[in-house]
Design a protein around this ligand. Structure first.
Ligand code: SAM
Length: 197
């Protein structure tokens, strides 16, 4: 397990112990846009995947956290939801396919820049024409770095997602900033966009 996945695997184990499964604000923002076949890359504990499946989506969800994927698989079976949850190291593989909605919340910054850019392009390519992509990343100005592998991470430029989706119809774009431990900051960019037909 790499540094970032170990960091989140520990955090998810604490959340499972507390049954803390609330959607985060980014997941809440994306959920109303999801329909049909959905890809959730870096699904974490699977809260968004389960909520999407609950509203009728067929979800393919991937993450490197064994704790996150085990919880998602167990909950999907218990609730008889259409979720295919896979434990994968996204440094080495990226599931291909064609989806009505391709989502990646809080994932792409955990890769060195060439891999982060390749994954963003792969995610965009996996949205069907007329489908949507929803991406959330940490951007420059972020000073909370504990969760990163020092050898491989990317803080995106503030307007980089908007520029990447310039040929798409942007449905929602927002920057958010939050205080983090030790007087540091997390700065986020989120874009939800529709691919041209
Ligand atoms: C900030 S969490 C986001 C989780 C979820 N999308 C959410 O919004 O709560 C980042 C996720 O990326 C996953 N991750 C980081 N690097 C990864 C890698 N190389 N392969 C697979 N998953 C990875 C972590 O396991 C973690 O679940």
């Amino acid at each position: 397990m790499n540094h970032a996945v170990s960091f989140f695997d520990r955090q998810f184990a604490h959340q499972v112990a507390r049954a803390d499964y609330a959607l985060n604000p980014f997941e809440q923002r994306v959920l109303p846009f999801l329909a049909g076949d959905v890809l959730d890359l870096g699904c974490g504990l699977g809260n968004l995947a389960l909520a999407a499946a609950q509203q009728g989506c067929r979800v393919t969800a991937c993450d490197g956290s064994t704790t996150g994927i085990a919880r998602l698989q167990a909950e999907a079976v218990a609730r008889d939801l259409a979720v295919d949850a896979r434990c994968v190291d996204l440094n080495n593989e990226c599931p291909a396919g064609s989806y009505d909605a391709a989502v990646s919340i809080g994932l792409l910054m955990f890769f060195a820049r060439p891999r982060a850019e390749a994954m963003l392009h792969a995610l965009m390519a996996s949205a069907k024409p007329g489908g949507i992509a929803a991406v959330n990343v940490l951007i420059e100005g972020t000073t909370y770095l504990d969760m990163f592998d020092p050898n491989g991470y990317t803080l995106f430029a503030a307007d980089e997602l908007e520029r990447s989706f310039a040929a798409w119809r942007i449905l929602d774009a927002k920057r958010d900033g939050f205080d983090a431990p030790g007087g540091t900051r997390k700065e986020f960019s989120t874009v939800i966009a529709r691919r041209p037909q």
